[in-house]
Design a protein around this ligand. Structure first.
Ligand SMILES: [Zn+2]
Length: 273
């Protein structure tokens, strides 16, 4: 089998983080704006978790991508600056975590995209080239809107476990696919006030699930793409699981840790249609 990847790379790994803060909670349950305890769960991400994750990534010399809603970026500018200064890509994740598939009357998907990009660009000086839809819920218009704005990739779909092309003829984007089993939120989220009372998975269970997924991707020569949240994985035991996962991955030869934009651009270059 010809390798999917350039040079000697056998498996590509992207460890991505969505700094959602309390934005997803507020969007889903606007009545929780008056519940400081619920909001504080999300605030832990930009306040504490993000820097812990940045330190871990620095120790392992891993560059990656952070998706940040504009509303969170506005309130945590120094965190956004630090993420960028420490070599990571910053990408668009809406304004107040609005899933494009369920916008309300008067909400304009293109305007929300532009607002998110304007805020991130005003902080970092760079216009984002990547997008991840909040809650991974694109609308039927999303891919066209992204292409028209010069985005290079989207990361919201689940149709493969390697990058693939999406969009209409002549308006293609690279899709960097995700999956709920490769996201920390379904395993760890416990929030009674929002009705989330399923038992939390242990970090050890999550480590096992992700190790097995990486092992399969490595054997098959494919990609391993994780989604995590600083308010979730920034807690010590979960961070320990991530550290051990990285150590496991690093025991394998020819693994390349990439930022999403570098992977998307490489994919475009290596797979001309
Ligand atoms: Zn999110």
């Amino acid at each position: 089998m010809d390798s999917l990847w350039h040079d000697n790379t056998r498996c590509v790994v992207t460890l991505t983080f969505d700094i959602d803060g309390p934005s997803a909670t507020l969007r889903r349950n606007p009545e929780l704006a008056d519940h400081p305890s619920a909001i504080s769960m999300g605030e832990f991400g930009p306040r504490v978790g993000t820097r812990r994750i940045l330190d871990l990534l620095e120790r392992h010399e891993i560059p990656t991508t952070f998706f940040i809603p504009g509303w969170v970026a506005e309130r945590n500018q120094s965190v956004v600056e630090e993420v960028a200064d420490r070599g990571h890509e910053i990408a668009n994740h809406g304004y107040l975590h609005e899933p494009p598939s369920s916008l309300g009357p008067g909400e304009d998907e293109g305007a929300i995209l532009d607002l998110g990009s304007d805020i991130l660009e005003s902080i970092t000086g760079l216009r984002p080239l990547g997008y991840r839809s909040p809650s991974w819920e694109l609308s039927g218009d999303s891919l066209r809107l992204l292409h028209d704005r010069g985005f290079v990739y989207d990361s919201s779909l689940m149709g493969d476990d390697i990058p693939y092309f999406v969009g209409d003829e002549g308006k293609k984007l690279v899709e960097l696919p995700v999956h709920w089993s490769l996201d920390d939120a379904p395993y760890y989220t416990y929030m009674p006030v929002a009705g989330r009372t399923a038992p939390m998975a242990t970090p050890n269970d999550v480590l096992t699930a992700w190790q097995w997924e990486f092992d399969g991707a490595y054997r098959a020569g494919r990609a391993f793409m994780l989604t995590m949240h600083p308010h979730t994985t920034g807690r010590f035991a979960r961070l320990e699981a991530l550290d051990r996962l990285i150590q496991h991955i690093k025991q394998h030869d020819n693994v390349e840790f990439m930022r999403c934009i570098n992977l998307a651009e490489q994919w475009n270059q290596d797979h001309p249609e």
